[in-house]
Design a protein. Structure first.
Length: 168
């Protein structure tokens, strides 16, 4: 798997943690080494309308996508749902959790569960779901899976990361 993180001024230790989170999550989500070996994931830390988004790279085959862009907007993660400012450590955890969430979508694209039609509309297992409001969004089956797995991926990665740090 080829991964790149595009971010200015990112702490080197945190950059390493992001690479670790990507590797850990993809091993959990896509057990096939052969399939993982052919993936390319580019993470961009930049401004975006949402806190995160995973998308098929424009230059890859949409029928069998293997190259992806994940966008994470740090500024959208600096405050919790109550509007309170998060500490740097809390923001880092939120970034890793959101990264895990978006990597679930990458898995869905790779396995053909999540696809786009020729008009750019998303389909999950062949069904187009209409979203009129935030409640509809949280009822989307592909979002239920992503929200359901994001915290488990984060906790699992942190346990391994802690073990690695203790060995050093």
């Amino acid at each position: 798997m080829k991964t790149r993180i595009h971010a200015k001024g990112l702490d080197p230790d945190f950059r390493l943690a992001m690479y670790g989170m990507i590797e850990y999550s993809m091993v959990k989500l896509i057990p096939s080494k052969r399939l993982r070996r052919n993936l390319e994931i580019n993470v961009h830390m930049r401004s975006h309308e949402e806190s995160g988004e995973a998308m098929i790279d424009i230059h890859t085959n949409p029928k069998r996508p293997r190259s992806f862009r994940v966008i994470l907007d740090r500024s959208k993660m600096e405050h919790n749902d109550s509007g309170e400012e998060r500490t740097d450590a809390e923001v880092a955890l939120e970034i890793l959790k959101t990264l895990g969430h978006e990597l679930v979508h990458v898995k869905q694209y790779v396995k053909g569960e999540l696809t786009t039609d020729r008009y750019g509309a998303l389909r999950y297992n062949g069904v187009h779901y209409y979203v009129d409001n935030l409640l509809d969004y949280f009822d989307l089956p592909y979002e239920i899976e992503a929200y359901g797995r994001e915290k488990g991926l984060l906790v699992g990665f942190l346990a391994i990361w802690k073990h690695l740090e203790d060995e050093l």
